[in-house]
Design a protein around this ligand. Structure first.
Ligand SMILES: *Cc1c(COP(=O)(O)O)cnc(C)c1O
Ligand code: SF4
Length: 337
């Protein structure tokens, strides 16, 4: 029995939706009328990066289509087992190596905090499949080590939250960080890299928006959508809320074979983003992590796609084509072809 003086604790809606995510590939195929494709699932030992996809994201997939571009991003494929030269477990090795206090600081003025290792969705192409860095995040120990680092370097004006997905943290945990950031005079901007407003828009709730609105920092949110079909009304509503709370909205995408490697799809993505008042920022060439080779698009095609976008769209709707390079050099623009 619940004591009369204590209301039963309400589960927070987004956390409930997070827990309700689909983790069984057979269930996913069944929901999409694709049970006949079960034989294409990888068999044998678990890869350590199981299927995970929120139900709201699945609802945006086309039923009966095994090539659906949203499905391909999340469904484990037999091709992930292929060993392909050049695709390693260490494609972005510096992340794992330098996450001691959860701070990565290799660009002037900006420090990146690995806020958490959790994600609501497991994207098959992501380097994170090999680095579920559960420990050693910046949020550990009430952010103490990360804050100490930020305090002592006055050249840092922007704090970037990344992960994993930083909005996987509770709003209270985020507030713990930003309360402390607000007392560091040289920090002016907070940037959040997150896929949650796209894959689990329930995360953008009144609590989160109140926190965002109240920040004494400029805020930039970099979303991560790869395909126009990811952006439905629930995502547009989430974007509107974030914008009303004072955030500048940008998007980064990863160029993925079979998902968004045509000019029509990329143009449509830019148009949908523009409708939601989100500007395209980066189009990333794939990180060469083992298990993701089947998604790779060659550089010549990538450059050609960007040229076509440039011819068809206003300049502000053309993302920068970049590749993440291992080590100190960081992001490299792919020069025009
Ligand atoms: C990409 C990245 C940044 C931010 O780079 P921008 O070009 O400003 O988007 C900062 N820190 C690290 C470690 C990065 O990888
Ligand atoms: S870090 Fe981003 S791209 Fe990678 S699995 Fe998480 S949500 Fe997907």
């Amino acid at each position: 029995m619940i004591p009369a003086n204590r209301a039963p604790t309400q589960p927070i809606r987004w956390q409930q939706a997070w827990r309700d995510a689909i983790t069984d590939p057979h269930e996913l195929l069944r929901l999409l009328d694709l049970s006949r494709h079960a034989s294409t699932l990888p068999t044998g030992a678990d890869t350590g990066f199981p299927l995970r996809v929120p139900r709201g994201f699945v609802a945006r997939m086309r039923r009966g289509d095994p090539r659906d571009p949203l499905l391909l991003q999340v469904l484990p494929q037999a091709a992930e087992r292929d060993e392909v030269p050049g695709f390693t477990h260490d494609a972005v090795g510096d992340l794992a190596a330098r996450a001691g206090n959860g701070v990565l600081h290799k660009y002037h003025g900006r420090a990146l905090l690995i806020a958490t290792g959790s994600c609501a969705v497991h994207c098959r192409y992501c380097f994170r499949r090999h680095f579920p860095y559960a420990q050693e995040t910046a949020a550990a120990n009430r952010w103490t080590d990360a804050l100490e680092y930020l305090r002592t370097d006055p050249s840092i004006s922007e704090v970037i939250l990344s992960g994993g997905d930083p909005l996987a943290l509770s709003t209270a945990k985020l507030a713990e960080l930003t309360d402390a950031l607000a007392r560091i005079a040289h920090i002016r901007r907070l940037r959040i890299h997150t896929r949650l407003p796209v894959v689990l828009p329930e995360r953008v709730d009144a609590d989160l928006l109140a926190w965002l609105r109240g920040l004494p920092l400029q805020r930039i949110i970099v979303l991560h959508a790869n395909h126009p079909a990811e952006i439905d009304v629930s995502v547009q509503t989430a974007c509107a809320g974030l914008r009303d709370a004072g955030a500048t909205l940008l998007n980064q995408a990863v160029l993925l074979r079979g998902v968004n490697d045509t000019a029509d799809t990329l143009c449509e993505l830019s148009e949908r983003l523009a409708q939601a008042q989100v500007l395209p920022y980066y189009l990333h060439q794939l990180d060469r992590v083992s298990g993701a080779a089947h998604f790779e698009v060659d550089d010549a095609l990538a450059r050609k796609l960007i040229d076509t976008l440039r011819a068809r769209l206003p300049g502000y709707l053309v993302p920068k084509l970049v590749r993440e390079a291992t080590g100190e050099s960081g992001k490299r623009p792919l020069s025009e072809g």
